[in-house]
Design a protein around this ligand. Sequence first.
Ligand SMILES: O=P(O)(O)OC[C@H]1O[C@H](OP(=O)(O)OP(=O)(O)O)[C@H](O)[C@@H]1O
Ligand SMILES: O=C(O)c1cc(=O)[nH]c(=O)[nH]1
Length: 230
Amino acid sequence: MPLSAQTRADFARRTALALLDIHAVEVAGERPFILSSGVASPVYINVRKVISFPAIREELMGFASRVIEAEIGHDRIDAIAGAETAGIPFAAWIAASTGLPLQYVRKRAQGFGPEAHIEGVWEPGQRVLLVEDLTTDGASKLRFCEALRAAGLVVNDVFMLFQYDIFPQTRAAMQRSDIRLHALATWKDILDVAQAHDRFTPENRATIAAFLHDPLAWSAAHGGARSLAF
Ligand SMILES: O=P(O)(O)OC[C@H]1O[C@H](OP(=O)(O)OP(=O)(O)O)[C@H](O)[C@@H]1O
Ligand SMILES: O=C(O)c1cc(=O)[nH]c(=O)[nH]1
């Protein structure tokens, strides 16, 4: 069933509030975080914390099911693939609630051949939904999809709880690879909810805003990567 813009926005707001409530939005001390892309950041979103809060994870997995049905359609998915590491528990809950088979895809091949990245049982041609906790620039998503495709699986959609949605390069790269990203919330939602609930100090808010405005410039000025790998 389609989701109204209002319902989608409500899911985003409640996801952002949940992440703030469980202190998943972590502000760096003196030294910035270095993200998996090599980008230096004053802030880190630890979506993994969600797994330890049963009521919150149940609420967010409920949103996930509604978004997946509305934006992809459960009848267009043959299996759920969790991305190592943080994507795996969320993928398992989605597989359990949909009754679909579960696989997981490794960051690095373990062994040889097209099977080396994937655990579980699959058939070439199966339509797979890749599930992750979070997307920053999307480089890991491209690698996971490449590994799934190399094994003969069909993957065009990735679901995640949180997406940075701050790099224009990500949108272009996903389009080139025919991949659609579906996230419950983005940085815009965190900023809106944090403002409404007074969750950041003025100093932290200013630092985060400076980073989000020009992440690569902020990164370069703080010892991190100056460009993305794609
Ligand atoms: O590259 P992107 O597509 O933007 O996604 C960012 C990645 O960073 C995290 O993984 P990380 O390897 O740091 O940790 P994990 O092993 O806990 O998943 C997260 O789980 C994403 O996979
Ligand atoms: O890009 C990453 O590595 C990354 C960023 C972030 O905010 N959270 C996370 O778990 N990984």
